[in-house]
Ligand binder design. Structure first.
Ligand SMILES: O=C(O)CCC(=O)C(=O)O
Ligand SMILES: [Fe+2]
Length: 202
């Protein structure tokens, strides 16, 4: 079972690629539920919007259960992963936050860690892709590196593919996309308090 494979891979190498996590039909339904309400992505909770533009150029919107059944179903699947990971690794993952992302032709996200100042309680990253018939010419690959900056893998954003990795251990980047590229990036977080307030995902 793939959930077991995910657990083994996370334990042994810290990352996993789960192809056909959803069927083509489920991917299609998920894409259909995305509202048209895109806004420019920012990095962490920083307000330095100008700098952010240089590092990433995608647009996002946060997943909410009331966006529809496909989104509820996706969040429920993430909840199952959260419970399994907590049971096996005692990571104490407390909640999940995720956003749809849209990269237009020319968009990219420079190499980064998902756990950084302002987001230090991110522990496990998920990226899910919604792009049917993606070709090599479309670019937009995810490049995953180890913490010594050695390239581990180059992954096309193919529909149905879920990638999971430990947020603190794997720098990664999104190569320039030459076509519209849709994804759901999400993070399991531990409970945290930052700047005198309880830090809970919206
Ligand atoms: O879309 C991807 O392949 C990765 C996106 C990403 O790294 C992020 O949003 O933090
Ligand atoms: Fe990332």
């Amino acid at each position: 079972m793939s959930l077991d494979k995910l657990m083994t891979a996370i334990a042994e190498q810290g990352w996993y690629v789960w192809d056909d996590f959803l069927t083509a039909q489920q991917v299609h339904e998920l894409r259909e539920t995305i509202p048209a309400d895109w806004h420019k992505a920012k990095i962490g909770r920083s307000d330095d919007a100008h700098r952010d533009v240089e590092r990433r150029s995608d647009k996002i919107q946060w997943l909410k259960a009331d966006m529809g059944l496909p989104v509820m179903d996706y969040l429920e699947r993430m909840e199952q992963i959260r419970l399994h990971v907590n049971r096996e690794f005692f990571l104490g993952l407390f909640e999940y936050e995720a956003h749809f992302a849209k990269y237009e032709a020319g968009d990219f996200y420079e190499k980064h860690y998902d756990s950084f100042q302002g987001n230090t309680n991110r522990r496990l990253t998920t990226v899910f892709y919604l792009n049917e018939n993606w070709t090599a010419e479309n670019g937009g690959e995810l490049k995953l590196y180890d913490n010594k900056d050695r390239l581990i893998d180059t992954l096309a954003p193919r529909a149905g593919r879920l990638i999971v990795f430990l947020s603190e251990d794997f720098p990664h980047e999104v190569c320039v996309s030459h076509a519209q590229r849709y994804s759901i990036a999400g993070w399991f977080r531990i409970n945290g308090v930052t700047e005198d307030r309880l830090d809970i995902a919206r």
